[in-house]
Write a protein that binds this ligand. Structure first.
Ligand code: MN
Length: 297
C-alpha cells in the first residue's frame, strides 16, 4: 500500500469569536483598529463589540476594517436603570427602546449580523422580582425590535444572564418562554458558560432544551479568566455543542482590570486583575475553543 496522505482534519464549522474587551476598553478609532488587527492576527472569525461605550465608534471605518480583515461582527449590550424595557414606567421603557433601536442601527451600520446580550433589562442586581407589567413591556418592545431587525438581516439574541445581572431571564428555560412570547424567527437564545455555572444544574440539559434555537454562545471561565484555569466542565459543554450539531458562533468572553471599559466593567463587577496580556489570552482561548469543537479522532 502506498503512502496515503492523512485525511484532512475535520474543519470546525463554527465561527470562533472574541470579545473586544480582551484587547481594548473603548471604541475610539485607534482602539477599534487595534482590536480588529489583533483579533485577525490570532485567527478568529468574529469580533464582538460591547455597545456600552460606543458613542465615539466610527461606523464606516469599523465596517471597512472588519471587511478588510475578513471578520464578522456581533454587538452586545445590556440596558440601564433609566432606560430599561422591563420597567413598569412607560417613560423608562421608551428610553430603553430607543437605546435598543440605536444599537440595532449601529450593528447594521458596521455590518454586524447579531445583536445580543441583556436586551431585555438593565444590567445589575435588580431591586426585586420582575413584574407582570414589566415582562409585558419586554415582550412588546422586543417584538417591535425583531420586526425592525428583519430587513437589516440582524438576528437578536436573548443572553441568559445570572441573577445578579438581571431578573428577566436566568435560565435557558426562562429564555425559551420569553422567545415564545416574542414569537419572531430572528430572535434566538444565547447561552454563556459563566452564567450557566451559576444558574443551571449542568452544561448539557440547557443546550438540549434550547436545541436548534441556540444561536450564539459565550465561553467564559467561572472567574472570567483563562479558559481551563477555573473549574467549569468544558468537556461536557463542548461535547453537547458538538453532539447537537450547533453551528453558530462561539465567542470567548474574558475580563480583567487590565483592560477597563468604565461603564461595562463596573456593571460586570470586574474588580480583579486576572490577566495582563490580551494577545496571549486570545491565542490560548482560540486554541482551547477550537480543540473543544473538534470531534475526537
Ligand atoms: Mn456573556
Amino acid at each position: 500500500m502506498t503512502n496515503q496522505p492523512a485525511p484532512a482534519a475535520k474543519a470546525v464549522a463554527n465561527q470562533i469569536g472574541v470579545h473586544a474587551l480582551v484587547f481594548v476598553g473603548d471604541t475610539s478609532p485607534a482602539s477599534v483598529e487595534a482590536a480588529v488587527t489583533r483579533t485577525a492576527a490570532v485567527g478568529y472569525d468574529l469580533l464582538e463589540f460591547s455597545l456600552h461605550d460606543s458613542i465615539n465608534l466610527d461606523r464606516a471605518a469599523t465596517r471597512a476594517l472588519l471587511k478588510q480583515h475578513g471578520l464578522s461582527a456581533a454587538c452586545s449590550r445590556g440596558l440601564a436603570r433609566d432606560a430599561d424595557v422591563s420597567s413598569e414606567d412607560p417613560a423608562v421603557v421608551a428610553r430603553g427602546q430607543e437605546l435598543l433601536r440605536e444599537s440595532l442601527r449601529l450593528t447594521a451600520d458596521i455590518g454586524g449580523t447579531v445583536l445580543t446580550g441583556a436586551l431585555y433589562s438593565a444590567f445589575g442586581k435588580a431591586p426585586g422580582p420582575l413584574s407582570k407589567a414589566g415582562r409585558d413591556h419586554v415582550v412588546g418592545v422586543l417584538k417591535e425590535l425583531a420586526q425592525e431587525a428583519a430587513p437589516l438581516e440582524v438576528t437578536l439574541g436573548l443572553e441568559v444572564c445570572n441573577r445578579y445581572e438581571t431578573n428577566v431571564v436566568n435560565t435557558a428555560h426562562d429564555a425559551l418562554a420569553l422567545a415564545d412570547d416574542i414569537g419572531a424567527d430572528n430572535v434566538m437564545i444565547h447561552l454563556d458558560s459563566y452564567h450557566m455555572n451559576i444558574e443551571e444544574s449542568d452544561f448539557v440539559k440547557p443546550v438540549l432544551e434550547v436545541g436548534d434555537r441556540l444561536g450564539y454562545v459565550h465561553v467564559g471561565e467561572n472567574h472570567r479568566g483563562y479558559l481551563g484555569s477555573g473549574h467549569l466542565d468544558f468537556d461536557s459543554f463542548f461535547g453537547v455543542l458538538r453532539s447537537t450539531g450547533y453551528r453558530g458562533p462561539v465567542t470567548f468572553e474574558s475580563f480583567s482590570s487590565a483592560v477597563l471599559a468604565p461603564g461595562l466593567s463596573n456593571d460586570l463587577a470586574i474588580w480583579r486583575n486576572l490577566w495582563d496580556d490580551g494577545d496571549n489570552l486570545a491565542r490560548h482561548a482560540h486554541a482551547f475553543i477550537k480543540a473543544g469543537l473538534t470531534p475526537p479522532a
